[in-house]
Design a protein around this ligand. Structure first.
Ligand SMILES: [Zn+2]
Length: 210
């Protein structure tokens, strides 16, 4: 009897381990305490059959995400970040939302392969840009280019507050990039980044003199 109980317990542990590994691999098993875990699991159903699997974020990206929220006093808002592999259309990251228990929750999904190849400042810029989409209020008259400009403005603003030079901030866009339906030209993007960065500088200096 005792052996049967032990055997059943062993089988249960094995099955539990299999379920954990089937649920999404390294992100889940390595980082069970991530506050993004339950959210990313909840989203999995939605992505089933679309070729995208969501996982909890890697440490660097989770820290950058939290740093941007903390810097803007948004630490306790229900925003989440999830990691995926090879997002469609070579997208580095995107911001979106999902209704959970009748409440719309905004979140960012980033491509782990793209982020594996970029440095900390570029990763910060992309995450700040996506959070810019999440936190900037939308208006019915906004065009797609307007929304991108607001996100770049927010990212430029964040970079100033993180002590990153205007030059490094502007480097995140190339003047060679032409406009598309989705995105403004590189020149316009740099303009939005500069506006955000300069506004943060002007306001900070104004109050630091008081
Ligand atoms: Zn964008």
């Amino acid at each position: 009897m005792y052996m049967t109980v032990l055997k059943n317990y062993f089988l249960f542990l094995m099955a539990f381990g299999l379920v954990l590994s089937a649920c999404g691999g390294e992100g889940i098993t390595n980082r069970p305490n991530s506050r993004h875990y339950e959210f990313c699991v909840a989203c999995k159903e939605e992505y089933k059959g679309k070729g995208v699997r969501l996982h909890t974020p890697d440490v660097r990206e989770e820290n950058l995400f939290d740093d941007v929220l903390n810097l803007n006093g948004l630490a306790k808002r229900p925003y989440f970040i999830c990691r995926a592999k090879r997002l469609r259309g070579n997208t580095a990251a995107y911001a979106t939302s999902k209704v959970i228990n009748g409440r719309r929750v905004k979140y960012v999904v980033y491509d782990s392969e793209y982020f594996g190849d970029i440095d900390g400042i570029e990763a910060l810029f992309v995450i700040a840009h996506e959070i810019g989409h999440v936190v900037t209020p939308s208006h019915p008259d906004d065009t797609q280019h307007d929304r991108e400009n607001y996100a770049d403005y927010f990212a430029g603003h964040t970079m100033y507050r993180m002590g990153i030079s205007l030059w490094s901030a502007l480097e995140q866009a190339s003047t060679e990039t032409p406009a598309t339906d989705m995105h403004p030209s590189g020149v316009e993007t740099q303009g939005a980044i500069r506006d955000g960065w300069k506004t943060a500088e002007r306001v900070s200096k104004k109050y630091s003199r008081l």
